[in-house]
Design a protein around this ligand. Structure first.
Ligand code: ZN
Length: 276
């Protein structure tokens, strides 16, 4: 029986996944490994000509999938909320210069501020920057975060909440990023993915795995296959809902960043083909 050629046509890797590499190295090595998409974290662009970096990506055959990240809209004082809106406006300019069609929003939360107040501020923040995003042709993806981050990173913790805020804003430029790490535990996940599909708002799909025990709340994500997330099943739901974009490997891992990144990237491609 002939083996099919490995299909990496929908494989995207986030620059933060190979954080020790400068973006120029990431672009070159991703392309050499057959990766076809790149999601750029804003810190990777520090000190660079953003338009030239976008051109370098395209010249290497990589699609700019998204810019990570905007958001962090809630703040107790109005000045803080205004500063967040200004920062999101800069992110829109950066995405447009890079040629990225999407910004992922880590929406924000403030310890001690009621979550519903933060959600209202998130909605107002998105609505404030939406005209500029639409004019630039840049979409915004609300990424629900696991509830362990509800204190300070996001008051949007389920796909239902993300769908609700998208329904309220009701713009073709506002949708969701489905990240298996944040959402795999949710008993309503399949139904909410279907709801996203009906509204055509799945803008991004992020993959990695959940390790047991998780030793760090932020920087101990696993490579696909190292944990307990039914990645293939969730990917199936997302695809049934009409999503045909990239599968984005987004791994924050002190353990994996400490090793050789070239070896790690080879393992990512292998794990993508086998376990996701
Ligand atoms: Zn993500």
């Amino acid at each position: 029986m002939a083996h099919p050629l490995p299909d990496t046509s929908k494989l995207c890797v986030h620059t933060i996944t190979t954080k020790p590499w400068p973006i120029e190295t990431a672009i070159e090595r991703f392309a050499a490994h057959g990766v076809k998409g790149i999601t750029v974290w804003r810190d990777a662009l520090a000190g660079r000509d953003i338009a030239a970096t976008g051109q370098r990506m395209r010249d290497a055959g990589l699609s700019a999938v998204s810019l990570c990240r905007g958001g962090f809209f809630p703040a107790e004082m109005e000045a803080g909320r205004r500063a967040a809106i200004d920062d999101n406006r800069r992110a829109i300019d950066e995405a447009a210069a890079l040629g990225a069609p999407l910004i992922v929003l880590v929406c924000g939360a403030v310890p001690g501020q009621p979550l519903d107040v933060s959600r209202q501020q998130i909605r107002e923040g998105i609505e404030a920057v939406l005209p500029q995003a639409a004019a630039a042709g840049v979409k915004l993806a609300v990424e629900p975060l696991h509830p362990m981050y509800a204190d300070s990173r996001s008051a949007i913790n389920t796909l239902a909440q993300a769908n609700d805020i998208c329904d309220a804003i009701d713009s073709p430029f506002v949708g969701v990023a489905v990240d298996v790490y944040h959402l795999w535990w949710d008993p309503h996940l399949q139904a909410e993915i279907r709801r996203c599909g009906e509204a055509e708002r799945i803008f991004a799909f992020h993959i990695c795995d959940w390790r047991t025990p998780t030793e760090d709340l932020l920087n101990d994500r696993g490579l696909m296959g190292e944990g307990c997330i039914p990645i293939r099943q969730i990917r199936g739901w997302v695809e049934e809902a009409g999503f045909d974009g990239f599968n984005e490997v987004e791994i924050f891992s002190t353990r994996l960043w400490e090793g050789d990144q070239e070896t790690f990237l080879g393992r990512i491609v292998e794990a993508y083909l086998q376990d996701s």
